[in-house]
Design a protein around this ligand. Structure first.
Ligand SMILES: CC(C)(COP(=O)(O)OP(=O)(O)OC[C@H]1O[C@@H](n2cnc3c(N)ncnc32)[C@H](O)[C@@H]1OP(=O)(O)O)[C@@H](O)C(=O)NCCC(=O)NCCS
Length: 167
């Protein structure tokens, strides 16, 4: 477990699903993307997904604990590991192929009272170190306005992804 004076980061387990699901709903709420009547349904649906995906190691999460009760999760981050079709590696490794899996970073969330103390950066650095240790090199995410500077600081760059928006 890595520590700072005020909080600690650890890998999550299924006992943390209640926090992980709540934080996902709060993340969308804080980004202004979730009407209040959908908070509870999103939390329930997320918990149901995580109960399946975490034991399969398809979803891996980390939590930050802090405050007077050390078991209180005050933030978290996760990755969904997805198979990819083999593809050439980017310029840095022109002779190699990328075989996957790809890690999609999701659910980066820190409770409002704990923001701007480096919690998200510590979560992300731990996530990146653990993925590196697993040999996972392809790591993608969709940044919120609030998160963008953090990800840029960690080395994430803009890509050319597009999304279809049905009329
Ligand atoms: C985005 C979010 C996860 C950031 O969490 P956080 O713990 O506040 O992030 P950090 O503390 O690591 O970094 C945030 C800022 O605080 C600054 N900071 C870090 N430690 C600090 C300290 N001790 N004193 C003052 N500032 C500090 C960082 O430099 C950074 O500044 P910048 O935004 O100008 O680059 C959080 O605001 C959040 O949950 N937002 C709502 C949901 C969301 O948008 N999630 C991201 C989805 S992609």
């Amino acid at each position: 477990m890595s520590t700072s004076p005020a909080f600690a980061i650890r890998q999550a387990d299924i006992a943390d699903i209640v926090f992980l699901a709540r934080h996902r709903a709060w993340m969308f709420r804080d980004m202004g993307h979730l009407p209040s009547h959908l908070e509870a349904p999103l939390e329930r649906a997320t918990a149901a997904y995580l109960r399946e995906a975490m034991p399969r190691r398809e979803y891996i999460a980390w939590v930050a604990e802090g405050g007077p009760d050390p078991a209180t999760a005050i933030g978290g981050a996760g990755v969904q590991l997805r198979p990819i079709l083999p593809r050439p590696r980017p310029i840095r490794d022109p002779d190699g192929l990328e075989l996957g899996p790809e890690a999609l970073v999701l659910n980066v969330y820190v409770e409002p009272d704990w923001r701007r103390r480096g919690v998200a950066e510590a979560l992300m650095r731990r996530l990146l170190a653990d993925l590196d240790a697993r040999g996972i090199r392809r790591i993608v995410l969709h940044a919120s306005d609030e998160g963008r500077r953090l990800y840029e600081r960690l080395g994430f760059v803009q890509t050319n992804e597009m999304r279809f928006e049905p009329a």
